[in-house]
Structure formats: C-alpha cells, structure tokens
Design a protein around this ligand. Structure first.
Ligand code: TYM
Length: 332
C-alpha cells in the first residue's frame, strides 16, 4: 500500500523567523497531505547559507523549524522529517544536475536577480546555482508533487526542465514533479507594503507576522497593516492591503470572500483588522504551545532528525546510484 502512495517533497529555509506566509503558502497545506501521500519534508539548511548566517542562529533555527513542522501537525512517524545537510546526496546530485543546467536558465531566475540586488556585497556562486540544489532536493526522492508558495513556481519549472532534459539524454530516471500551489495563501503580502511579498528576511518587523509571534504582537501588527482610503471591506483591484487581509482571514477561517464581505458589511477597517488579528492569534496559539513544549526536548528533536535522515539517506542513495550508472561513473 505504502508503495502506491505518491511522493511529496518540500522544504523551508531556516533563515529567519517563519512567517504566516510560510505557514499559509506551505506548511499548513503539508499537514493536510500527510495521510494521502508519502511525504518528505526537509529543513533546507544548505540553502540558507547562500546568504550569510550567524552559525549559532542557523543551528537554533534548524531545531526551531523542525519543531514548527511538528507543532503544525506533521507527525514524524507518518512523514519523513529531516535536515538537508544530514543527507550528503543533496550536494552530490546538485553537482551532477548542474552539468545539465544552462547558465542562461539560472540567469533568468527572478529570485536570483532580487537577492543579488539585496546582497550586492555577496553575490556568491551558491546564490546563483541555488535552483539546481532545489531541483536535486526534489528529484532525489522522485517526488510527484511539490507544495510551495507562488514565489517558488519558477524554480519548480526549472526542476521539471532539468529532469526532462536528463531523462531525454539517457532514459527515464527522474519523476517529473508537479507543483501544488494553493489558490488562496500562495502569496501572502507584506503588511507594511502590500504590493511586496511577506518575507522572513524583511528588516521591518511590522511587515511580517511570525508564526511564533505573541498574541499582542500579532494583533498590533494587523491593527497597523497598511490599507487604502476606502472604508468598505471588499475584494477588488487596487485594494492590495485589504485583499491580503481577506486572503489571510479566508485561509484561517475557511470563509470565502463573499462571506467575509457580508460579515463586515457596515463595519469599518478597524473592526476588520482587529478580527483578522484575533483570529490569526487564536489559530496559532495551540501551535505556539506545542512548539514551546517540543523545544524543551532537544534530544527528541535530534531523534526525529536522525530517524528522518536515515530514511531519507536510504531513498537518496538509490537515486544517486541510478543516476551515476546512467552518467557513466564506475560503480564499485
Ligand atoms: P522559503 O524558505 O523562502 O519559503 C518556504 C515556503 O514558504 C513559501 N512562502 C510563501 N507562501 C506564501 N506567501 C508568502 N509570502 C511566502 N513566503 C514564502 C515558499 O513558497 C515556500 O514554499 N527554495 C525554497 C526552499 C526549498 C524547497 C526545496 C521547496 C529548497 N528546496 C524543494 C520545495 C522543494 C525557499 O527558499 O523557501
């Protein structure tokens, strides 16, 4: 039975405080998939070092990210949860696949262009070849589906192109993965500049809401969210701030936009913002509680990491030996 389940792979970088964008665009959707699919979720620490990290912070965030996965409801018995650097095959396959990826393709990646502008003093080769490592992550596990937010769509397309190119050069080797991008929540915007994506690396603390923020902080940030000069709560072009708040509210309550418009008919933005803040805080409170409990037991988190790495290594080694045989490396 286990064999017939389709495989899912996804990951989050432990590069900052995880936001409700990461939660709604990715992690929340993962929890809904864990029964139907064979799910592999990774803390992608090797991706994080494309931007300078403080070692102690990277280490702490790696534990925290795993704890968030579990606090959000991912069961380590049902899913393979692991840390990328514990499975060397990611780096090995990334090298191989880099030789099947074109310079021009990588140059077109919008995230590379954005990050090069943001980190102009550190445009390292890893930042450039990052999408190859992401392709390796996915293809190592022969993933059928990759649940991510909108900002990863281009990287995913590249992973599909690389897989197809390799398959066409030799014979069927990799499953060509499909994206799984939820309609609502795929792109949560900044609360300070609602035309910009909410990001865990935003320097403005009011721009993003952390999954682990306190109740007061969450409510305060929503209260301050930038909106427009209209007063009616409705989803419409040009109302980026309100559209974003409606998307967030919809994701947390399951209500569609029409129902939300009806609920706030005759009420102002102030009431709406307070309701969104309180709802988000209420929904995240149990997660925060579980997170705190998990973080008290590092040994347990390490056991989960070890177990996950063992399972991931086993699958990854099989793919690597298949790939190396096709390429023409001597196998011993
Ligand atoms: P990362 O760490 O930037 O983000 C993790 C996940 O959160 C989604 N996301 C968002 N979704 C909606 N609104 C937002 N504002 C928002 N911000 C982030 C991202 O789309 C992502 O799904 N390269 C990836 C990590 C990665 C990966 C992989 C993902 C590495 N290897 C293999 C899938 C498969 C990244 O930087 O995500």
């Amino acid at each position: 039975m286990e064999q017939q389940k389709k495989t899912i792979f996804s990951g989050v970088q432990p590069s900052g405080n995880l936001t409700i964008g990461n939660y709604l665009g990715a992690i929340k959707n993962w929890t809904a998939l864990q029964d139907e699919y064979n799910c592999i979720y990774c803390v992608v620490d090797m991706h994080a070092i494309t931007v300078r990290q403080v070692p102690a912070e990277l280490r702490a965030r790696t534990y925290e990210t795993l704890a968030v996965y579990m606090a959000a409801g991912l069961d380590p018995e049902k899913n393979t949860l692991f840390v990328q650097s514990h499975v060397p095959a990611h780096a090995v396959l990334a090298w191989d696949l880099g030789c099947y990826t074109m310079f021009g393709e990588l140059s077109r990646m919008t995230q590379f262009k954005d990050k090069s502008l943001k980190h102009a003093d550190n445009i390292n080769a890893g930042l450039f070849t990052y999408p190859v490592l992401m392709a390796a992550d996915i293809l190592l596990y022969q993933a059928d589906l990759v649940p991510v937010g909108q900002d990863q769509r281009q990287h995913l397309e590249l992973a599909r192109d690389i897989a197809t190119r390799f398959n066409n050069s030799y014979s069927d080797t990799f499953t060509v993965p499909e994206g799984y991008i939820a309609k609502t929540g795929m792109k949560i915007m900044s609360l300070a500049e609602p035309t910009k994506k909410m990001s865990k690396s935003d320097a403005n603390p009011n721009a993003s809401v952390g999954i682990l923020d306190s109740r007061d902080d969450i409510i305060r940030k929503f209260r301050r969210a930038v909106t427009d000069s209209d007063t009616v709560v409705r989803y419409a072009e040009g109302k980026d701030g309100i559209n974003n708040l409606m998307s967030i509210y919809s994701c947390f309550t399951g209500k569609d936009f029409e129902a939300i418009e009806r609920e706030f008919e005759g009420k102002g933005y102030g009431d709406f913002k307070l309701a969104v803040g309180e709802t988000v805080a209420d929904c995240l409170a149990p997660l925060r509680e579980k997170f705190d409990a998990l973080m008290k037991d590092k040994k347990y988190l390490e056991d989960v990491m070890k177990n996950g790495a063992e399972r991931a290594n086993y699958i990854a080694r099989k793919t690597i030996s298949k790939v190396h045989r096709k390429i023409g490396y001597v196998g011993l």
